[in-house]
Design a protein around this ligand. Structure first.
Ligand code: OAD
Length: 239
């Protein structure tokens, strides 16, 4: 393992273009539960009742309660050593891009700047009718949150199951995956599309793949170096 970390370290320090893909696992050590596996959100809650457009249509109050609960949890969460290590990496590497599936905003808080948020951001709200979009960090957000322009209901600015990703954002991420010299995958089960497919795309285009995860993911069989362990313990060693 020590040798593998040293090898990964060398590859990262020599790379001119690093693209990173993060998932819920990187925020686990900040006390934010992941989605799948033991202790994951979807063991306790029903996805279809909470994270779909149909659920919001049927019971917006319930869905907003769920998001208010998550906003409260995230508002108390602190960046962990893994978030901080990635912020330092961005300072050191000439071309750096961080693609995240997380909606918690912790990468920005840690100091990363070139971030692509594939699944939106929990601190932003948007109108269900017009184009109103705004950051709103109130915890909890009083129900019903209404659009100041058209008085229709506001929703969290996140991607739900069954919804497409913003095409401009997805295209940006595709470009960053395709042009990566090194592609670092951290704390994702690599099961949700199209996010996970960025890994295969990077591989196809010749990137060197490094993964950090305490458990093997769907991507582990195709990575060049698999570093088994917690992001908060391994990433600081890498920089
Ligand atoms: P998952 O919950 O599917 O996977 C979390 C991954 O993090 C697992 O592979 C864990 O082994 C790993 N993990 C746990 N603790 C870790 C630690 N300390 N360090 C590193 N890794 C750790 O989360 P995602 O892959 O992010 O989508 O899930 C993808 C998407 O599914 C989410 O963005 C969300 C969800 O439904 C939407 O909301 C659209």
């Amino acid at each position: 393992m020590h040798e593998e970390i040293k090898k990964a370290c060398k590859i990262i320090s020599d790379t001119k273009k690093l693209t990173v893909l993060t998932g819920a696992g990187i925020s686990a050590e900040s006390g934010i539960p992941t989605f799948r596996g033991p202790g994951g959100l979807w063991q306790k809650y029903n996805v279809a009742e909470l994270a779909t457009p149909e659920a919001f249509k049927k019971d917006p109050k319930l869905v907003w309660e769920f998001y208010n609960w998550r906003r409260e949890l995230i508002s108390k969460a602190k960046c962990n050593p893994a978030h901080k290590a990635l912020a330092k990496l961005e300072e050191k590497i000439p071309k750096f891009c961080l693609i995240t599936q997380n909606i918690d905003g912790l990468h920005r808080k840690a100091g990363n700047r070139n971030i692509i948020e594939l699944h939106g951001n929990i601190w932003w709200v948007r109108c269900t009718r017009c184009s109103f979009l705004k950051e709103d960090r109130r915890v909890p957000l009083p129900f019903p949150p209404l659009c100041p322009n058209c008085q229709n209901l506001l929703r969290p600015h996140v991607v739900w199951f069954g919804e497409p990703l913003d095409l401009d954002i997805l295209n940006l991420a595709i470009r960053e995956a395709e042009t990566a010299e090194t592609f670092l995958i951290i704390g994702t089960s690599a099961t949700v599309q199209p996010a996970a497919s960025l890994i295969w795309l990077a591989k196809e285009k010749g990137a060197f793949l490094i993964e950090i995860n305490p458990e093997p993911s769907e991507a582990t069989p195709i990575v060049d170096i698999y570093l088994k362990g917690k992001a908060g313990e391994i990433l600081p060693k890498l920089i």
